[in-house]
Write a protein that binds this ligand. Structure first.
Ligand code: ATP
Ligand code: MG
Length: 315
């Protein structure tokens, strides 16, 4: 089986219990939850039984233990997660506003994540990998960007593949080096997985069919568009297909895109037909939004099959 790796932040997430605005007074909180988009992605890959690992760093603290033990338990290779001697594990405080948007307070850039880079353990993980997943939101920091560049070069040189989820908010685009790093990721991508409008950050075209044509023209093998409660679509040179989302109650949307992406990439590397892979990925995303906590809704293949059966879909 092909080994999938990713490179980027591991954090804990601490959530406000009640919706509202920000954190300027004392409120009930719940957490810590294991989190970080690349970590959620790799946890979901691991739960599907695919060999996988992450290049990251945590502090020498309980938040680090919580994350590393969680990933280890679910089957990810944690050998390239460094332990920073002094800095704390990264964290994100999140509160939902009444309109469904979110307020965040991040401590990532100056956390243990600042130690993420091309360590000897990272090099060993990269050398044993067949596929690299690039999470655009991880490109905020030089050490991560250069490790991703090196991993891209080495994995592509031996015939491996790259997937790319931009997973980016507009404010991040102006961070130094961000646009260049995103462009480099896109140039090397085999499987591109934007959420609806993110696609247009990379195209001259401003309507979907023209943007897809432009991306495929550049040499990307396949594009998967995530459409939240509207499901997802797949495009390659031979055509396109869409699959509706499953009807579930959305409890916490954080992590849906990362879990969806992990399921799709795993199925794609296993040679599954795109329509079937979309169905499995939609089921994984639906299960992710039904559970509170960013990584708490990741699924095993058995759980996905049970869910599909409950929805009347042949697993
Ligand atoms: P994220 O906020 O994690 O970055 P994203 O924008 O990358 O999310 P979404 O499109 O929101 O990704 O979600 C990914 C997938 O999860 C969807 O394509 C769909 O399959 C599933 N999903 C998301 N929201 C819902 C929902 N409310 N009901 C059912 N399925 C959902
Ligand atoms: Mg996303």
């Amino acid at each position: 089986m092909k080994k999938i790796i990713t490179i980027g932040e591991i954090v804990v997430e601490i959530m406000a219990v009640e919706p509202g605005h920000g954190f300027t007074s004392a409120i009930p909180l719940i957490g810590p939850f294991a989190s970080g988009a690349p970590a959620i992605f790799i946890d979901q890959v691991a739960k599907l039984g695919q060999p996988c690992g992450i290049v990251s760093a945590v502090g020498n603290d309980d938040f680090g233990v919580l994350n590393v033990e969680r990933l280890r338990r679910d089957g990810a290779d944690v050998s390239a997660i460094g332990i920073h001697p002094t800095a704390a594990t990264g964290s994100a405080f999140v509160r939902y506003r009444p309109d469904g948007n979110r307020d965040f307070i991040y401590n990532i850039r100056h956390s243990a994540c600042s130690a993420i880079g091309l360590t000897p353990e990272a090099e060993a993980l990269i050398d044993g990998a067949d596929h690299l997943h690039i999470m655009g939101s991880a490109l905020f920091f030089d050490g991560i960007v250069s490790a991703i560049f090196a991993a891209t070069r080495r994995i592509k040189a031996k015939g491996g593949t790259v997937s790319f989820d931009p997973n980016i908010r507009k404010e991040m685009l102006d961070l130094p080096g961000m646009r260049e790093a995103l462009a480099h990721a896109l140039e090397n991508t085999d499987l591109f997985m934007p959420s609806g409008p993110e696609m247009f950050l990379f195209t001259k075209a401003i309507d979907e069919p023209a943007a897809i044509a432009e991306l495929l023209e550049r040499g990307i093998k396949a594009v998967v568009i995530k459409r939240g409660a509207d499901g997802a679509s797949y495009f390659d040179r031979n055509g396109e297909m869409s699959a509706p989302a499953f009807k579930v109650e959305e409890v916490d949307p954080t992590g849906a895109g990362d879990s969806f992406g992990a399921a799709f990439v795993t199925c794609w590397l296993r040679g599954m037909a795109p329509g079937k892979a979309l169905t499995v990925a939609n089921a994984t995303g639906a299960r992710a939004v039904s559970v509170k906590g960013p990584m708490e809704g990741t699924s095993t293949m058995a759980e996905i099959e049970t869910f599909l059966t409950s929805q009347g879909v042949a697993a």
